[in-house]
Write a protein that binds this ligand. Structure first.
Ligand code: GMT
Length: 387
């Protein structure tokens, strides 16, 4: 198949998942065309004959306080669909990708050309941003106009149905992890550098947005470090980073906390880590937690959103109520204080991650693509155009 993938190119979970999906599909022989405003961060591999990247250019003009990205995106979609003769468009993150796709298909229909589009809901496109009345009518409309809709967890599906008047069936296809990329590797020299006296290493990875409650990571670490020697690695960057660095200084923890910023080789850092901390206020899935588990790292998280679908309480880690740093600290200590317990949690985390390995999930998307194309009502002249 020739598939267009539209996503955000950043370190955010939806862009990462979309890029990993595109790369996996191209390995399976599909021709993949990424359409976005920058090369996706994980698309940094060597040349692959089946992978293409089409940059959406948004010209600046003095009149535009807000350059119309959605218009530029819809026009780029039209060009790529026609010139590359795509079979299907797969949009990751509803805003503004789904409405831009709807617009593109309206344009194409005028010339008797059109293809189906699938929207994958990732989380904040529903839970935080999408529900905002500023966007809600367009989000609901474009979900309903999609030829197929998927959500990355049951929790997100339920929340979408609660929040909007949705007439479409939403299929749950969980996120996946590439076990070849995310697995524990021997990084003893690195571990020695980060924890010279064998201190336990706690780790957090996110885009440091308010929803991640990054300060809770510091409060949890403070409590753990009171009880035992430990180090904390903070990976990523975003609006809350400075506040969080200040907090770790105020609490006298700074010497034991390393803010490493945005990193590309996350699996190497996870490989030396003992515990992943994800205290989010809401999390539709928690791809970062899954990637940690694939490297054999147990997870202390909240029970928000889809997290209970991947983190099994008492087995791969523990779940606590949002903001309950006491409980999360107690649970963290239960795991890391005893070496045998830590080992058992690490093994269970890896076993659980393997259930979400890419070879278990990609076929679900491929099946959906085939079904969606087969069910698509082609405009009359499409037959002449393509087949
Ligand atoms: O919140 C983020 O980290 C970014 C955001 C995104 O859309 O880029 O992530 C969402 O999608 C990820 C991939 O499906 C999920 O793993 C995250 O749980 C989800 N974030 C939230 O729901 C807050």
């Amino acid at each position: 198949m020739k598939i267009g993938i539209v996503c955000y190119p950043t370190f955010g979970g939806s862009g990462v998942l979309a890029t990993e999906l595109g790369m996996a599909l191209s390995d399976d022989g599909h021709e993949i065309h990424f359409i976005t405003y920058e090369q996706p961060v994980r698309l940094n591999q060597a040349f692959h004959p089946n992978l293409y990247f089409h940059e959406v250019k948004v010209p600046k003009y003095p009149l535009f306080a807000f350059p119309p990205y959605e218009t530029a995106l819809a026009s780029t979609m039209v060009n790529v669909i026609v010139n590359q003769q795509l079979d299907l468009l797969h949009l990751h993150y509803a805003i503004p990708h789904a409405s831009a796709a709807y617009f593109a298909m309206q344009i194409l229909r005028k010339s008797g050309l059109s293809i189906p589009f699938i929207t994958t809901l990732h989380g904040t496109d529903i839970t935080l941003v999408g529900k905002d009345p500023t966007y809600a009518p367009v989000v609901a409309f474009s979900i309903n106009e999609s030829n197929a809709v998927t959500a990355v967890s049951h929790s997100l599906k339920e929340e979408t149905l609660r929040s909007f008047n949705i007439e479409k069936d939403i299929k749950v296809i969980h996120n996946f992890v590439d076990i070849k990329k995310f697995h524990q590797t021997d990084k003893d020299h690195f571990k020695q550098m980060m924890s010279p006296h064998g201190e336990r290493i706690l780790v957090h990875v996110s885009n440091f947005r308010a929803v991640k409650r990054v300060e809770d990571v510091i409060y949890i670490f403070e409590r753990v470090r009171k009880e035992m020697p430990a180090k904390l690695l903070m990976i990523g960057d975003g609006p809350e980073r400075m506040k969080t660095e200040d907090l770790s200084r105020e609490l006298g923890l700074y010497a034991d906390v390393r803010f490493l910023g945005k990193q590309e080789q996350i699996s190497e850092i996870l490989s030396i880590s003992d515990l992943f901390i994800l205290p989010s206020a809401t999390e539709s899935f928690g791809l970062s937690a899954l990637e940690a588990m694939a490297c054999g790292v147990p997870v202390i998280s909240t029970n928000a959103g889809g997290l209970p679908e991947i983190n099994i309480h008492g087995e791969t880690g523990y779940l606590s109520n949002v903001g309950d740093v006491e409980d999360m600290s107690k649970n963290a200590l239960t795991i890391v204080q005893d070496t045998t317990t830590l080992k058992a949690f690490k093994t269970a985390a890896l076993t659980q991650a393997k259930r979400f390995a890419k070879h278990n999930i990609i076929p679900q998307y491929e099946k959906l693509y085939h079904e969606t194309i087969a069910a698509f009502q082609k405009p009359e002249c499409l037959a002449e155009w393509k087949r």
